[in-house]
Design a protein around this ligand. Structure first.
Ligand SMILES: Cc1cc2nc3c(=O)[nH]c(=O)nc-3n(C[C@H](O)[C@H](O)[C@H](O)COP(=O)(O)O)c2cc1C
Length: 182
């Protein structure tokens, strides 16, 4: 079902970002071509090499000026390359940045350049109090009103030890949502 589908997977700096390795692995196994974009926060948790080994593609970071000079990276990614854009996990910071329309990094510019002609899926991951905060909830509503598909969170034990909403959905569940949308 995902054979030859081109998926841009943006990974942000939630503690749950290790699960994005398994998501990339599952998507590649399903036949998809996966381009990883790592936020500055994600780079504090994970090295690009883990994704590059799984996807056989150079993982992109947020410095647009470090991309290959043969194209305008955000336009090519959003308007020519990607069939679907997945943000997994989406940190509170990423959600706020996107809801403000900031485009001072690669993914912010991709998000604006896409103009929702390709599906954009977003899987939040954060502590329950952060997830319940009006700033996050209002930003999610705004993104949804623009056409972003906001995926549910799981309820359960979070990395901080508390139990509640905000837990990142599993990589397997994320694959199912991608299959429904692509
Ligand atoms: C150990 C640790 C775990 C974190 N987990 C989360 C998280 O699950 N969700 C979240 O929104 N922020 C989390 N943060 C905060 C983000 O890393 C921080 O807001 C960062 O600026 C996000 O950057 P990004 O949006 O560029 O990825 C965590 C920070 C630390 C130090």
């Amino acid at each position: 079902m995902l054979k030859d589908k081109k998926i841009l997977l943006h990974v942000t700096g939630s503690i749950a970002c290790y699960k994005a390795c398994e998501l990339a692995n599952l998507l590649v196994k399903e036949g998809a071509e996966v381009q990883i974009s790592l936020s500055d926060g994600a780079l504090k948790f994970l090295q690009p090499a883990v994704f590059e080994g799984l996807t056989h593609k150079k993982a992109l970071t947020q410095n647009m000026f470090a991309c290959e000079p043969d194209c305008i990276p955000h336009i090519t990614l959003a308007q020519k390359w990607a069939d679907l854009i997945m943000i997994y996990p989406a940190s509170a910071n990423c959600i706020s940045r996107l809801a403000c329309g900031l485009s001072d990094d690669l993914f912010g510019a991709v998000f604006l350049a896409n103009n929702f002609d390709k599906p954009v899926l977003l899987a939040p991951a954060m502590n329950s109090n952060m997830f319940a905060h009006p700033a996050v909830q209002e930003n999610l509503k705004k993104l949804e009103s623009w056409g972003t598909k906001i995926l549910p969170t799981d309820e359960g034990r979070l990395a901080c030890g508390s139990v509640g909403k905000g837990k990142l959905i599993s990589p397997e569940t994320a694959v199912e949502f991608i299959k429904e949308s692509v």
